[in-house]
Design a protein around this ligand. Structure first.
Ligand code: IPM
Ligand code: MN
Length: 368
């Protein structure tokens, strides 16, 4: 029987609670599809930091590098200054493990969970590929004359040819295989006639950020002919925000830089039903990837059994897919859809009609 070793960082606040449900559901899928999961728990997070002063020791990064997958609950603690845990754990692992893709599927499972008028599951089904190692997130920049009236703060966006190219390649390839060769419904008849089955939209700001997005645009143009089945498309980030609300059905796969990706995926999470269901993967296709629900640690709900574990469960499904268990991943997502459509009242914390554990049990039973 196949067996996987996975590192688990439950983290802060409600992180451990939602993680427990995700692991439960992954185990149920393992029983059904014939594999076992060995969880290796690590206690990094706010409590450990407050107790020991340690955020993430160097040795831990090296240890985590030995795994193919890490499951992360949430980081963020009300008694720890913002940035310490986010930069010290989440961003450090994304960077040091070269998880250069942040993959964010955006799928609405039930019309009533969407705040948009007249939009249903047939309108909201796309993926955002966010560059995860560069851009404004590298920490390049600094202060001059800090604290004086002449203070200057510079925060630089770093975009390398290598970084941009590997991200775009990943996105083109994903677009090419996402529909298994079946044309995406948003394509025009003439595109389908021309052999297109998918669409990749580059989200940028070429009219203002004329260095960074010039590099993205040129690289995009150079790569496009290698993917004849993918229709390439471009939109400015501000327009994308407008169209996510007005015409989300226009999107299939979207690729963008780190900062824009951060922003548009929160907007995207809201149109798919909120942070209760939104999951993401920090992907290093050749190395260690890390899967997480998109919501934060929601400290005020800690220990109350009211937080929605479906985002964590979806992150678990993404992790199994990454490990090669695609049938198990599909079964979990199908179970989530079934439970949302037959049981769950609302996706918001405390209004689900069930507790955190009960939702986990329902999905695990549906998988079995
Ligand atoms: C996300 C989060 C992180 C980010 C924070 C917690 C550092 O918002 O995963 O989108 O900005 O990338
Ligand atoms: Mn974010």
């Amino acid at each position: 029987m196949k067996s996987y070793h996975v590192a688990v960082i439950g983290g802060d606040g409600t992180g451990p609670e939602v993680t427990r449900e995700a692991l439960k559901v992954c185990e149920a899928a393992g029983r059904k599809f014939g594999f076992t999961l060995n969880w290796h728990h690590y206690d990094f997070g706010g409590d450990r930091y407050l107790r020991t002063g340690e955020v993430l020791p160097d040795s831990a990064v090296e240890e985590l590098r030995q795994y193919k997958a890490i499951f992360l609950g949430a980081v963020g603690h009300p008694q720890v200054k913002p940035g310490i845990l986010e930069k010290g754990i989440l961003l450090r692992l994304r960077f040091e493990l070269e998880q250069y893709i942040n993959l964010r599927p955006v799928r609405l499972y039930r019309a009533e969970d969407c705040p948009l008028k007249d939009k249903g599951p047939e309108h909201v089904d796309f993926v955002v590929v966010r560059e995860n190692n560069e851009g404004l997130y590298t920490g390049a920049g600094g202060f001059l004359f800090k604290g004086t009236p002449h203070e200057v703060a510079i925060q630089e966006s770093v975009n390398t040819r290598r970084g941009v190219e590997r991200c775009l390649k990943y996105a083109f390839e994903l677009a090419g295989k996402r529909r298994n060769g079946k044309p995406w419904k948003g394509l025009k008849p003439e595109d389908v006639a021309a052999g297109k089955t998918a669409q990749l939209t580059l989200c940028g700001k070429t009219n203002v950020l004329t260095y960074a997005f010039d590099l993205w645009w040129r690289t995009f143009q150079e790569l496009a002919p290698n993917y004849p089945a993918v229709k390439s498309d471009y939109a400015h980030v501000d327009a994308i925000c407008m169209w996510f609300v007005k015409n989300p059905e226009w999107f299939d796969v979207i690729v963008t830089d780190n900062m824009f990706g951060d922003i548009i995926t929160d907007l995207a999470a809201m149109i798919q039903g909120g942070l209760g269901v939104a999951a993401g993967g920090n992907i290093n296709p050749e190395g260690t990837s890390m899967f997480e629900p998109m919501g934060g640690s929601a400290p005020k709900y800690t220990g109350q059994n009211v937080i929605n574990p479906l985002a964590a469960i979806n992150a678990g499904a993404m992790m199994l897919d990454f490990l090669g268990e695609s049938q198990a991943a599909t079964a979990i997502e199908d179970a989530v859809i079934q439970i949302i459509n037959t049981k769950v009242k609302s996706l918001a914390a405390g209004r689900m009609g069930y507790g955190t554990r009960e939702i986990g049990d329902l999905v695990a039973e549906a998988v079995a």
